[in-house]
Design a protein around this ligand. Structure first.
Ligand code: ADP
Length: 605
């Protein structure tokens, strides 16, 4: 296996069948290696990427150096019927002034009577001319099974569907309908941390919009999977060009040419994303090793109101055209940066017995208690440090002597390690649960196969508060990968990581701006959009306070609208104060490439 940065082993990715080729390409370019099931131990990987959902056991068994590309239970927004139900519930709780961004929808057959009432209401109001409706199978994607109708006699379905009000006045470019694919990364659901990608895709229909031809899917649907088979896909279409995609940057140029209040549009889209994610955030089990990339489909109508059409799980990462190449490669690279692997993550397989240790994913925010105490393997070379030599005969028993270790020492009798060493070991073995040690020595002078780890039994509950105390004591892990399969019987146990009091785990990949607890406002082209001020930061910590978060979103939008109306009338300080003044957390504007802070934008308007 090649040696990676700083002499460490390269990071390893594991792709499940159906995972996008682009992910493999990007990771290989970054010097990662692909996991080989036949040759590598099961936990010997850093990133597991699946197009489909993970199993519960995958979440339960993740190690501190591992990340998964899905959070559990996000189906509440990624299935059309669940999304409709959840948004209706939020509208009931928080009112339709905010939750008014998704077209009225009915889940059929269950909501048939309600749909009939609404349908009749529209017919009565407009003479015999009703509204337009779109019918979509709830668990299909890529435009499959979708049709548009005006008359209820045309509504025929043989599986659960969602019937949604059809947005019949979309904004058109040269007569063509389009929607936006917005990429959103949820770094964490607890605390809720949302990043939006500045670049994205505009997806066009390939025939001009025509309400007189509801059956023509090339005119009404913007899915690439449909339009690339259309007769005009390769035609050079007026203003649009060939194919059916633009980058978001190109779209922004178009908006600027129209002299649109871009800031307000992007902020509305931000709000849609935040308010949608708030619908499920409290129900997502705490899963600190997970990240999720969603694709939000947004349609803009002729009044520049953005509408949420759906949220995609595992958005397509295929490369159909140059816009895809421009957007998606950077997207995956920035997503990997957002995962923030640190040096400590290169040291896989260092301490836990996978079968015994349970990450507290499914305990949500109630109690974080390892179901079974984790076990720790202490690499021999750790015990070679002078402090370890001192500790023989003290409290932690290294239950197996081992073969000549990687540090070149001869076989030893069973060893004892001090509290201090135990915590040093935890520092290493917990990897991501603790702050990484500041100085390692990556001497890789030993055969990976020659190293056998030492076993350490602990009797003192590990206190997260002491992590700094022991932070500097690791001088030379010098560890290398152990490839042989471990036997469960040969591990000693440590007490639970988390005591009785709930303390959220701290992962170095969950990096925060120093001393503030604030996630970085920008990673590559990912822009932090939630939390966006001190209040939302507080609202997202501990137990998510949805009401507070929703109110802040509302306030922000109102302020933005007001600041637009009062152009130049309000005094700078007044606006600045209303937007949070010196608040470093203030939401960044997501639209522009180099976004100024929101208050800056308002001050200029
Ligand atoms: P799928 O998961 O099959 O892609 P979508 O909900 O994204 O289903 O719908 C596919 C396409 O249909 C969208 O990209 C959009 O062009 C169009 N569409 C969907 N819902 C509406 C709607 N309510 N109003 C107008 N167009 C819609």
């Amino acid at each position: 296996m090649a040696t990676g940065v700083c002499g460490t082993e390269p990071l390893v990715f594991r792709l499940h069948e159906g995972a996008p080729e682009l992910v493999r390409e990007v990771l290989l370019e970054r010097g990662w290696e692909e996991f080989e099931e036949q040759q590598q131990e099961e936990g010997d990987w850093n990133l597991y990427w699946r197009a489909a959902a993970f199993r519960n056991s995958d979440y339960e068994n993740t190690m501190p150096w591992q990340r998964l590309n899905h959070h559990p239970k996000t189906v509440g927004i990624t299935r059309k019927d669940w999304l409709a139900r959840n948004l209706r519930r939020m509208r009931g709780t928080f009112g339709s002034a905010l939750y008014n961004f998704s077209p009225t929808a009915f889940n059929l057959p269950n909501d048939y009577v309600r749909f009939l009432e609404e349908y009749s209401k529209h017919r009565l109001a407009n003479g015999n001319q009703g509204a337009y409706w779109i019918c979509k199978p709830v668990d299909l994607s890529r435009g499959r099974g979708i049709f548009i109708f005006e008359d209820i006699k045309d509504l025929v379905y043989d599986c659960p569907v969602i019937v949604q009000k059809y947005i019949s006045n979309p904004l058109l470019i040269s007569g063509y309908k389009f929607d936006l694919r917005i990429y959103v990364c949820v770094k964490s659901f607890s605390p809720l941390t949302i990043y939006m990608y500045q670049e994205g895709l505009v997806r066009f229909a390939t025939e001009k919009f025509n309400l007189g031809a509801l059956n023509n899917l090339y005119s009404h649907l913007t899915n690439t999977s449909i339009n690339k088979f259309g007769p005009f896909y390769s035609t050079d279409k007026e203003y649009i060009g060939e194919g059916c995609k633009w980058t978001l940057s190109k779209f922004r140029c178009f908006l600027q040419s129209l002299r649109i209040n871009e800031l307000l549009l992007w902020q509305k889209i931000n709000n849609i994303v935040t308010l949608t994610l708030l619908t499920i955030a409290p129900s997502i089990p705490s899963s600190p090793n997970c990240i999720e990339l969603f694709g939000f489909d947004i349609l803009i109508d002729e009044n520049f109101k953005p509408w949420l059409l759906e949220v995609n799980y595992s958005p397509a990462l295929s490369m159909d055209c140059s816009a895809d190449v421009t957007v998606k490669k950077g997207l995956i690279n920035d997503l990997i940066d957002l995962l923030n692997y640190t040096e400590i993550d290169h040291f896989r397989q260092r301490g836990y017995l996978r079968q015994k240790y349970r990450r507290p994913c499914y305990l949500g925010s109630q109690i974080l208690q390892a179901r079974t105490p984790p076990v720790l393997l202490l690499p021999k070379c750790l015990c070679k440090t002078s402090s370890c030599e001192k500790c023989q005969g003290q409290s932690y028993l290294c239950s197996r002597g081992g073969s000549p270790d990687s540090c070149g020492t001869a076989q030893r009798p069973p060893q004892y390690c001090s509290d201090e060493n135990l915590n040093c070991a935890l520092q290493l073995n917990l990897g991501s649960s603790l702050k990484p040690a500041t100085h390692y020595c990556h001497k890789k002078t030993h055969s990976p196969h020659s190293q056998k780890p030492k076993l350490v039994e602990g009797s003192r509950p590990y206190d997260l508060e002491s992590e700094n105390e022991y932070g500097s004591c690791v001088s030379s892990p010098g560890m290398v990968k152990e490839n042989s399969k471990r036997k469960s019987g040969s591990f000693a146990k440590l007490p639970p990581i988390h005591g009785h009091k709930y303390k959220p785990p701290v992962y170095p990949w969950d990096y925060k701006v120093k001393n503030t607890g604030v996630p970085p406002s920008r990673v590559g082209d990912f822009i932090l959009t939630f939390p966006f001020n001190e209040v939302t930061l507080r609202a997202s910590q501990k137990k998510l306070n949805i009401k507070m978060a929703v109110q802040e979103v509302y306030k922000l939008t109102s302020q933005l609208i007001a600041s637009g109306r009062h152009k130049g009338k309000r005094r700078k300080e007044e606006i600045s104060r209303s937007l949070g003044g010196e608040d470093k957390l203030e939401s960044l504007l997501w639209g522009p490439r180099n976004p100024p802070s929101l208050s800056d934008c308002c001050l200029k308007t």
